[in-house]
Design a protein around this ligand. Sequence first.
Ligand code: XUL
Ligand code: CO
Length: 438
Amino acid sequence: MSKIFNIEKIKYEGPKSKNPLAFKYYDKDRVVMGKKMSEHLPFAMAWWHNLCAEGTDMFGRGVANKSFGKEYATMEHAKAKVDAGFEFMQKLGIEYFCFHDVDIVPEADDIKETNRRLDEISDYILEKMKETGIKCLWGTANMFSNPRFCNGAGSSNSAEVFAFACAQVKKALDITVKLGGKGYVFWGGREGYETLLNTDVKFEQENIAKLMKMAVKYGRSIGFTGDFYIEPKPKEPMKHQYDFDAATAIGFLRAHDLDKDFKMNIEANHATLAGHTFEHDLRISAINGMLGSIDANQGDYLLGWDTDEFPFDVYTATMCMYEVLKAGGLTGGFNFDAKNRRPSYTDEDMFIGYILGMDTFALGLIKAAELIEDGRIDEFKKERYSSYFNTEIGKKILSEDATLQEIAAYAEALGNAKLPGSGRQEMLESIVNSVLFN
Ligand code: XUL
Ligand code: CO
């Protein structure tokens, strides 16, 4: 193994360990509800945050050094990132990675040269994948950084820019297929608007659907059998983004006949920006048969933007894993779309961030399984709707031939209704606490 990071392989040492460079809960072979933790939790490294982002923000330049000993924006640097990334994943026991096209090579002025670089680097990545057994979870095209995408990609007002979006999606699909990626993501980075005064929403949405349809057709023609994903986000960078949340994205996919090829990639911090909980968007995806993959991170309730923090909140991770277990698992995985805080700029911090994230989800998995095995929440929920199954009027309502008049006549004959059973929210919350902190 190369030696870019002066850090040993991270081991499981158990909850009592005080070693910051050890897992406290993620014990990959531990069996939970009949499956190994590593099977429940296919973790992925996000190329962009981990190997590219240096902590630049609106007020200051980077603090972390991600040169890995090479000159930035060169192919030597791109290869050093591959070396660093694979060493990092091996040392943490992470089996997957996710990438944007421009995370893996510096973008050239001419797209033909960018594509040549992508061919070169993907050969190099493929070698590393064969050597290590590490796989690609999903790929995507970054269609939000280049100034040409200032008005969006598929939603751009410029037909020429739309053509460049097609070229990028085509190449990103080629590379994803070459690397055996399980999925392909569309995060509509600038697919939205700043003001309705200059925007034809219907036209823009139809064009996005057109781009996605062409991508599906092309992807299937080159042998991509995985899922396409929409990653909903309500705002940032645009004031309003079209893939606002899971419900909106699912409606869009159905309206454009794309729902057979697409699923959701739900990001925790995007759900909270939309005014939902993470588990809400997971549930909405799951009940529509569209829970595909997860971008595992967390936001900050005091800040109104996408802070992409490493997940630390065990309550939320437990609720997430409860949804995932109930849905029978993910077809995708858990991609840490997360970055260290700007002042945490050392190599050690990179590892500690992933250890925190992996441990938080491992703990969430253990606790969600306990909640399910405890059974009180499921039992309560079942009982709560029981009047539909154990009363005549309930059965009538659920029957195929129910009519409004007949059911209304039942209510009129009764004159008044009893209050529905108590929601017992506090009791349920107390069950969650007792399972979490037994
Ligand atoms: C941005 C975001 C992206 C997508 C991939 O908020 O989440 O990094 O995950 O384009
Ligand atoms: Co994301």
